[in-house]
Design a protein around this ligand. Structure first.
Ligand code: ADP
Length: 579
């Protein structure tokens, strides 16, 4: 049960058991000095109770025993440290990697409803909570429970009446903590959510810092951040206050046992039920044994708090990843959409689209903004799965192809090129991890990148800033084309740039693209009709429906929407800023 509750691996659970045993053993060694103290008390009291001489030999023996106990104690705690902390961090690392791997395989529909900060919190904070529980909570709790149970048993055998007095408050104290569990979890959940809102706000604040500065929004934007921080503080105080109150009440109930032991002990002593040594031993033990039990009481709420994070992690891990054949090799690279319907949320954005995209041809998707062009391309590369209908690649439904396998046959040239803070060389290498340097130079040349890269301070080894901020829009696009050329995939998805490029860049990109589309199945999302008039086939989309398809000439002659779009764009070509 504990394994599932904490979401541990087999090995993690085994390690947790070992850690609990190490804590138990370490706590057990704490009993040795304690036994030495009781032995000392008995030896010192003996002359008073039985009138005999002081046993000095035994005193020395006990002193030696005390020193030996200290040695064992150190060794046991070293063992506990190794068994608890090291394994906790190893397990947390394993869980984080597993979650990251799992997230990678989830469909984009999952990310559509989640924001990034929540997923980051899942991977960092929720995992940290499991990590903390494994290192600081669960082993200590289990070890202390074992030691308390052992003490209970031994004391019960020694004198059951006194043991009963000692432990009678126990069910009451624990009952109180368990009764408060629901409330604690509720407040814990609220605290976790408040923390999430803060990380959301911090992220938004940092991401928008440019806009914040440019528009002098520092006041307005920090208000939202401040509010979320204040909220988090309030929730934290409430949660801690609640847990603290119950822990204090429970330990008070527990401590009342010391009084009860004294009362029961004295009455048993006067009636001759026990001797004075037993009474003293129980009073000393009662002061000591409540230590580990109080620790359990304080750790239980932490454990409940961890369960909140754990449940969120479990929910994430239960999301079904996209699967399919991992070794499918398409016979050809024609693409066929058959009655495809699709919805991001409730409302359909694509209605019954059927389209044949022949192999080694250029097919352009055109239509007004919002008509579904990008959506169609996202379905072809299986970033999302269709709602109904099917998409075939080489005759096979892509739902039956593992997304990673499918990606092997596809290259992308997007508008928003993602560049990493690394060398130009490595940024191109993304297209093919094991490419030789010569292959990279060749791809860069073909994509008309070679010239501007050579002019950079360290040529191909120049580190480009975060997301390529040192490059112009046209240069970024050409790098992305170089990547696609390097990958050399048979299907290319091309998102034509909307932003106008300067004429020189435009010519260079045109040349680079001409290299890219040779002998490949190409799907172009076109924003400007002029650039795709020469495509083999143009599909006109309107409100998520396929309005028409054919060559540019044919469409111009018979499709009203196409002719209208064409005219608008022709007219707008020459806009300029005038006074
Ligand atoms: P186009 O590429 O032709 O401009 P899109 O395919 O981007 O059109 O969008 C088609 C419709 O789907 C639009 O109504 C748009 O608002 C909606 N849409 C696009 N992306 C998402 C998304 N991630 N979540 C929800 N709706 C979306």
């Amino acid at each position: 049960m504990l394994k599932d509750m904490m979401g541990l691996s087999e090995q993690g659970y085994k390690n947790l058991k070992r850690a609990a045993l190490a804590v138990f053993l370490a706590n057990l060694t704490l009993l040795f000095p304690f036994a030495v103290i009781i032995g000392l008390i008995i030896t010192l009291l003996e002359p008073l109770t039985s009138g005999g001489p002081l046993d000095t030999a035994r005193l020395w023996l006990l002193l030696g025993g005390g020193l030996a106990a200290a040695g064992v104690y150190i060794a046991a705690f070293k063992n506990e440290y190794k068994k608890t902390y090291r394994v906790a961090y190893t397990e947390a690392e394993k869980i984080r990697l597993e979650v990251a791997e799992h997230i990678r395989k989830l469909p984009l529909s999952f990310f559509n409803n989640k924001d990034l900060s929540e997923l980051t919190a899942n991977m960092m904070a929720d995992c940290a909570s499991v990590e903390h529980t494994m290192s600081h909570v669960a082993p200590q709790m289990l070890g202390d429970i074992a030691i308390a149970a052992l003490a209970c048993l031994l004391l019960g055998i020694y004198d059951w009446r006194m043991a009963l007095a000692l432990f009678i408050a126990l069910p009451l104290a624990f009952g109180l903590i368990f009764l408060s569990r629901k409330a604690q979890e509720k407040f814990g959940e609220r605290h976790v959510l408040a923390k999430l809102r803060v990380s959301d706000q911090v992220q938004e604040y940092l991401e928008g810092i440019k806009v914040v500065k440019a528009f002098g929004l520092s006041g307005e934007k920090s208000v939202a951040l401040e509010r979320s921080l204040r909220d988090m503080k309030k929730e934290a105080v409430k949660f801690e206050g609640l847990a603290g109150t119950f822990i204090t009440l429970a330990s008070m109930i527990l401590q009342a046992g010391v009084g009860l032991v004294t009362i029961v002990g004295v009455s048993l002593l006067t009636s001759g039920g026990i001797d004075v040594i037993t009474l003293l031993a129980f009073i000393v033990i009662s002061a000591k044994i409540y230590g580990p039990i109080t620790v359990i009481l304080t750790l239980l709420p932490e454990f409940f708090y961890m369960l909140v994070s754990q449940r969120r992690m479990q929910a994430l891990r239960r999301e079904t990843p996209m699967r399919g054949a991992e070794d499918f090799v398409p016979a050809d690279f024609a693409i066929e959409l058959k009655n495809v319907c699709f919805a991001y949320n409730e409302d359909d954005v694509l209605h019954n689209i059927s389209l044949h995209i022949p192999q080694n041809s250029v097919t352009a998707l055109v239509g007004p903004s919002g008509s579904g062009k990008s959506t169609v391309s996202r379905l072809i590369d299986r970033f999302w799965d269709v709602k109904s209908g099917e998409i075939l690649l080489g005759g096979k439904n892509i739902r039956e192809i593992d997304p990673e396998n499918l990606m092997r046959y596809m290259s992308f040239v997007f508008q928003d090129v993602v560049l990493f803070n690394d060398t130009v060389m490595n940024n191109i290498r993304i297209g093919k991890q094991d490419a030789s340097d010569d292959e990279i130079y060749a791809a860069a040349k073909a994509a008309r990148c070679d010239e501007f890269i050579k002019e950079m301070p360290d040529g191909y080894n120049t580190v480009i800033g975060e997301n390529g901020s040192t490059l112009s829009g046209g240069e970024r696009q050409r790098i992305s084309i170089a990547r696609a050329l390097l990958k050399n995939a048979p299907v290319v998805l091309l998102d034509e740039a909307t932003a106008s490029l300067d004429p020189e860049n435009e010519v260079l990109i045109q040349e680079a693209i001409s290299e890219l589309v040779k002998e490949r199945t190409v799907i172009v999302i076109a924003h400007r009709l002029r650039t795709v008039m020469g495509a083999d086939k143009i599909a006109v989309l309107e409100n998520g429906r396929l309005a028409d398809s054919g060559s540019g000439e044919e469409l111009l002659a018979r499709n009203e929407l196409f002719a209208r779009l064409y005219k608008i764009q022709q007219d707008s070509l020459g806009w300029s800023v005038r006074k």
